[in-house]
Design a binder for this molecule. Structure first.
Ligand SMILES: [Zn+2]
Length: 313
């Protein structure tokens, strides 16, 4: 996906994110590729990530990423795509403590490769262990109780224990609408309760707040051991499966998460410090959204009654 770094590279906005050790302001992140193999037996993910970066500062000689003691880094190398003859150059790196929720990974960049405006590709090979972002569930903890399950929950500062990154907020735009995901034993219920509704609720929200920016609005239901009720990840919202037991809570929660598509994901807090603003705003607008939805639903019910009464069905 293309990530637009406008917010953080704007010199008029000298932003400090106290929750990130990374030097994200010195680079434009153009593309991020993650390729992991999951090993359920030992609860580890192994693989690599590739960051396509364009340095924006002439004096930059180090790339600092947010990382976590639970990540085992195996190797880091650098390629300059413009220079086709070159094999990847192996880079040296250092891990330092940062806060209780992460560490900083300082990578020395090859001075001859780094030029402002020239693309470099950094590949990090690593293995995850027991970081706070990754939740491995044994089969007994799932609804179907037949297969293990894994999900990641990176909000707000845990993604760095999933992959080394600029663990800070970026503005981004992506082109898509809605599909429902769940364990096989939950899927019929989830589809019955939500089938077609998300699209309709999205339409009501668009009438109120303007076009939906994220294209896709998928929902995945997670087993009852999911630690929170819901998480509004752009394009794919996580919701705890037990909410399917109440149609009313399901409606309230899904429209709350849809509303985050505008307030929280599109218009967002600049740093984690200001997160309370996002929640105040979304609470206010969800109330109005819910009111309009109820009016629409009531209107449809009255209309369908009239049609049936008139024998026009
Ligand atoms: Zn919320």
């Amino acid at each position: 996906d293309r990530l637009s770094p406008r917010l953080h590279s704007d010199p008029r906005c000298p932003l400090v994110d106290v929750a990130s050790a990374s030097n994200f302001r010195f680079f434009q992140l153009q593309h991020f590729h993650l390729d992991l193999r999951l090993n359920f037996a030992v609860k580890e993910m192994s693989g690599w990530l590739v960051l396509d970066l364009v340095p924006v500062h002439p004096a930059v000689c180090t790339l600092v990423l947010d990382s976590h003691p639970s990540l085992l880094i195996h190797s880091i190398d650098c390629k300059v795509p413009e220079d086709r003859r070159d094999e990847p150059v192996s880079l040296t790196y250092r891990l330092d403590p940062f806060t209780e929720y992460g560490s900083s990974l300082s990578i020395s960049l090859p001075p001859d490769a780094v030029k402002p405006g020239r693309l470099i590709q950094i590949t990090v090979r690593y293995t995850t262990t027991d970081g706070p972002a990754i939740w491995w569930l044994d089969s007994e903890l799932t609804c179907g109780q037949s297969r293990p399950l894994v999900f990641t929950q990176g909000h707000s500062v845990c993604n760095r224990s999933f992959f080394p990154c600029f663990d800070t907020r970026f503005s981004r735009l992506r082109p898509i609408r809605s599909r429902v995901w769940a364990e096989p034993c939950l899927l019929p219920c989830a589809v019955k309760k939500l089938g077609g509704s998300v699209e309709r609720w999205l339409g009501v929200a668009e009438d109120l707040f303007g076009p939906y920016l994220w294209g896709r609005c998928d929902i995945v239901f997670l087993p009852p051991s999911f630690p929170i009720v819901a998480m509004e990840n752009p394009c794919l919202t996580f919701i705890i499966a037990s909410i399917l037991e109440s149609s009313e809570f399901l409606l309230i929660d899904v429209i709350h998460e849809i509303a985050h598509g505008w307030f929280g994901n599109a218009v967002t807090n600049a740093t984690w410090e200001e997160m309370w603003l996002k929640y105040c705003r979304v609470l206010l607008i969800t109330t109005e959204y819910y009111r309009v939805l109820l009016i629409t639903t009531e209107y449809c019910r009255v209309l369908s009654k009239l049609i049936i009464t008139a024998g026009l069905q």
